[in-house]
Design a protein around this ligand. Structure first.
Ligand SMILES: *[C@@H]1O[C@H](CO)[C@@H](O)[C@H](O)[C@H]1NC(C)=O
Ligand SMILES: *[C@@H]1O[C@H](CO)[C@@H](O)[C@H](O)[C@H]1NC(C)=O
Ligand SMILES: *[C@@H]1O[C@H](CO)[C@@H](O)[C@H](O)[C@H]1NC(C)=O
Ligand SMILES: *[C@@H]1O[C@H](CO)[C@@H](O)[C@H](O)[C@H]1NC(C)=O
Ligand SMILES: [Zn+2]
Length: 632
């Protein structure tokens, strides 16, 4: 779930190519240059995004040809702008002007780099979008990821069926992507270096604008890890109850059992992990179906929430131009995304919406992106972005935190009663934790691996091997079968196949709780944080809007300060939110005799031997492992 499909390297914080002598120190000239750039960039970007939309929502060769053409025009424009900007010596200019210069343009690339990159990206995107898995006993019955395979991975409790889907999806997608990914890494690194970065991972990290970014993320992991370990041990016990000896009670978890195609979110394990099953269910999908919810109604409910905070309404073109439902007459990319067309008025969402609770919350997420895009639409083009990508991802999630509370679901008529006792609270917090605790190490590893690949630290002939080693050590998750170097399993997820970093999801999962705390305080709603619903609070909405309006015009700590009164990403509010669950999980695991942590060497193939593992096998402490991974 992302906010836009645009990833050309428009960012050039460090200038590598010395293409002009920086002699022009005239501020009026600089302002004219920026004014001219902005007026023209809007048009070039708009043409590119339109072509990108047309391709993604109708995957034909013809549309791909047009996309390639517009993409090359954009690259050419940004390269010229880059060369032009190097005439300026910005010493002494106002910060705001210098910041625009920093972000503007991208160094010209040698030869046909831009064309090859666009072709590679289009091809990886297409392979991902059209990937299918056919039934084991009916090869004519094939399903795409959304809704077919997603549905199986959400609900099936058949070990073999899940295994089949998991394996064949990777055969259809990530195995085919692998050779293109090699090209992608090479070209992205080349362009990053032309723009003065050490490699593409360095470029990604620098977008977060703090020297300590990587260490900050690892420090946060140390803080939240105890929560994850308890959740992992609890879920392992529950999976054991369903899958028996396939699960080792001291081992890592087989990835194909975790509720989606990748083990990214474990939310769909709720039905088999619910702590107090006798309490009223928190899943409002049945109520939505009973009330004949339509896709349109779901968007209206979300829009009404934003409106209740005094935030901006959607433009009328939104509903005319968005793709909110999977079309049946053509191939499309389905992954939910929110698009800014850079003309200040055209904003759209692409989503193959299902009528269920998960997608109701996803709509809030995407609408958060759209709200951000509308709030900063008045800024110069290079500032029309989140304070950082984690901020962009956090906006809708903050609203979803409120929207998911039983209090709120009751208020909008989807839950009969508001359960209000300790057991019900634990049910709710576990549901939230299966998403917002479980996903943290997943996202972290996705980018720890990519940073090391871009830097050349992991050689190409060990890409898949190292990925699974990192997963086993940090996430405690392993593949259901041994994997080879003909595969590249990390590219089986949209964000990797489509060139999005994922540390944004890690950081946003932390900062959304900081935002929620700030907004609940502003709304005058007392703790506990997990009960807070900011619905109808205009003061909370104003606080949020003031931050969103900044776009990327200031370094993100300024935006953080606007929102929370301090300048760091901190796990305090996240921890406070999950504290009651943490206490409960600890007690429950002790009661079950379950030790948090895992034997990093256990694999599902060896499950029959699990009872005879030597007593000396190693429970790795995660901190030592992360140290090795990053500094070895
Ligand atoms: C899909 O694109 C093709 C061009 O390749 C076009 O002829 C067709 O009308 C488009 N379909 C839709 C539904 O837009
Ligand atoms: C760059 O400068 C050249 C020469 O002045 C001009 O023709 C061109 O339009 C400029 N392009 C951009 C993108 O600034
Ligand atoms: C830019 O201008 C400043 C102040 O006029 C001067 O000190 C500096 O040497 C100039 N830099 C370059 C690279 O010419
Ligand atoms: C939902 O639709 C069914 C079948 O059309 C109808 O019988 C029922 O009354 C509707 N329920 C609501 C709440 O509108
Ligand atoms: Zn998103």
């Amino acid at each position: 779930m992302l906010w836009s499909a645009i990833l050309l390297p428009v960012l050039a914080v460090l200038s590598g190519a010395q293409t002009n002598t920086p002699t022009n120190n005239d501020l009026a000239d600089a302002r004219r240059f920026l004014g001219d750039y902005n007026a023209r960039a809007q048009e070039v970007w708009n043409a590119y995004v339109v072509a990108s939309w047309n391709y993604d929502t109708n995957l034909t060769d013809h549309n791909n040809d047009i996309l390639l053409e517009k993409s090359l025009a954009l690259t050419e424009f940004e390269a010229t702008a880059y060369v032009n900007k190097t005439k300026f010596n910005t010493t002494g200019f106002p910060d705001d002007i210098i910041r625009q210069f920093d972000f503007l343009g991208s160094a010209p690339s040698e030869g046909d780099t831009a064309r090859r990159l666009q072709e590679t990206l289009s091809e990886m995107g297409r392979i991902y979008a059209v990937g299918q898995v056919c039934d084991q006993d009916d090869p004519d019955n094939c399903r795409g990821l959304e809704p077919g395979l997603t549905e199986i991975m959400a609900t099936s409790r058949d070990y073999e069926e899940r295994l089949w889907v998991w394996l064949r999806w990777r055969d259809a997608v990530s195995k085919v992507i692998r050779p293109h990914y090699v090209t992608y890494v090479q070209l992205k690194n080349q362009i990053a270096r032309e723009n003065g970065y050490a490699d593409y991972g360095d470029q990604w990290r620098r977008k977060y604008e703090t020297d300590t970014f990587e260490q900050d993320m690892l420090d946060i992991w140390e803080e939240v890890k105890p929560f994850y370990l308890e959740l992992h041990a609890y879920v392992r016990r529950k999976l054991y109850d369903v899958y028996g000896e396939k699960i080792n009670l001291r081992g890592p978890l087989p990835e194909h059992l975790l509720g989606d195609m990748w083990g990214r979110f474990w939310t769909n394990l709720y039905s088999l992990t619910i702590p107090f099953p006798d309490k009223e269910s928190l899943d409002v999908t049945p109520a939505m179906l009973e009330q004949n919810y339509t896709i349109m109604r779901m968007y209206e409910v979300s829009e009404e929430f934003f409106g209740s905070l005094g935030l901006l309404p959607l433009p009328t073109t939104f509903f005319q131009r968005s793709m909110l439902q999977k079309p049946t007459d053509r191939e499309v990319a389905c992954h939910a995304t929110a698009w800014d067309f850079y003309d200040g008025q055209d904003f759209r969402i692409r989503m193959c919406t299902k009528i269920d609770m998960e997608d109701l919350l996803t709509i809030h997420h995407e609408m958060g992106h759209t709200q951000y895009q509308m709030q900063y639409a008045h800024l110069p083009l290079v500032f029309r972005d989140g304070a950082n990508d984690a901020f962009h991802e956090a906006v809708g999630e903050v609203l979803a935190l409120s929207a998911a509370t039983p209090q709120h679901l009751h208020a909008i008529g989807l839950l009969d009663t508001v359960p209000d006792d300790h057991d019900a609270d634990i049910n709710f917090l576990l549901l939230q934790g299966l998403n917002m605790i479980a996903t943290l190490p997943f996202s972290l590893v996705q980018d720890l691996w990519r940073w090391r690949v871009f830097s050349g630290d992991i050689p190409e002939n060990e890409w898949n091997k190292k990925y699974w080693e990192m997963k086993a050590e940090i996430v405690g998750v392993v593949p259901p079968e041994e994997r080879g170097e003909d595969q590249l399993d990390i590219t089986s997820i949209y964000h990797v196949a489509n060139d999005f970093d994922m540390i944004r999801y890690y950081a946003r999962t932390i900062i959304e709780f900081q935002f929620q705390k700030a907004m609940c305080d502003e709304a005058g709603i007392p703790d506990p944080l997990y009960k807070c619903d900011i619905y109808n609070s205009q003061p909370a909405g104003t606080k949020l809007a003031n931050m969103l309006k900044l776009g990327r015009s200031k370094p993100w700590p300024d935006a953080m300060q606007e929102m929370t009164g301090q300048r760091k990403m901190l796990a305090d509010s996240w921890k406070a939110y999950f504290q009651p669950l943490y206490v409960w999980l600890q007690e429950k695991n002790r009661e079950n005799g379950d030790e948090p942590g895992w034997d990093v060497n256990w694999r599902p193939d060896a499950s029959s031997a699990s009872a005879t593992l030597p007593a000396t096998f190693l429970f790795l402490t995660l901190s030592s492992v992360i140290g090795l991974l990053l500094f070895a």
